[in-house]
Design a protein around this ligand. Structure first.
Ligand SMILES: [Zn+2]
Length: 162
């Protein structure tokens, strides 16, 4: 059996238990699948270096969580800014990682109304590891494209730290 995640819209095999993350809400199956994507990257230093920044940011943007929760609002905006830096400004991943730390201050507005995404990490996990990098890049592009209403703010946040 599979279940569609209420946040990212991906279909994932059922998993027991609840989600473990404090503020990025998803279905248990979605969270389990994210863990499997991360495991691939932790076990392969090349994939980790090329993909991990995008993987973490794409998941965060697709799972904004409870808008009443300050960390959830912050997560959406700063990870979106990181995607913007890498995908639209061509900055290296380590610069985006450093930017996340300096942006993680203050308060952030409620993320835009529920976006629709053409790809999720389900589309990464169903592909062989040899395709992992290209799938992660496509997923990250879809995460960014799905929240067009947020692009101007992502760009402004990114400009603040470059
Ligand atoms: Zn999800």
């Amino acid at each position: 059996m599979s279940e569609v995640c209420f946040s990212c819209g991906g279909a994932f095999a059922d998993a027991p238990g609840g989600t473990a993350h404090a503020y990025m809400a998803s279905t248990p199956g979605c969270w389990d699948a994210y863990g499997a994507v991360l495991a691939r990257e932790y076990q392969n230093a090349v994939l980790f270096g090329r993909c991990h920044r995008l993987t973490v940011d794409a998941f965060a943007v697709q799972h904004p969580g409870d808008p009443a929760e300050r960390r959830a609002r912050q997560s959406f905006w700063i990870h979106g800014a990181s995607l913007w830096m890498v995908l639209r400004m061509g900055r290296p991943h380590h610069e985006a990682t450093a930017a996340l730390k300096s942006l993680a201050q203050g308060d952030f507005p409620v993320p835009p109304a529920k976006p629709a995404f053409t790809l999720t990490h389900a589309d990464v996990l169903c592909a062989p590891e040899a395709e992992h990098e290209v799938r992660v890049k496509a997923w990250a592009e879809a995460a960014l494209a799905g929240c067009a209403d947020a692009h101007a703010t992502f760009a402004a946040l990114a400009q603040r730290v470059v």
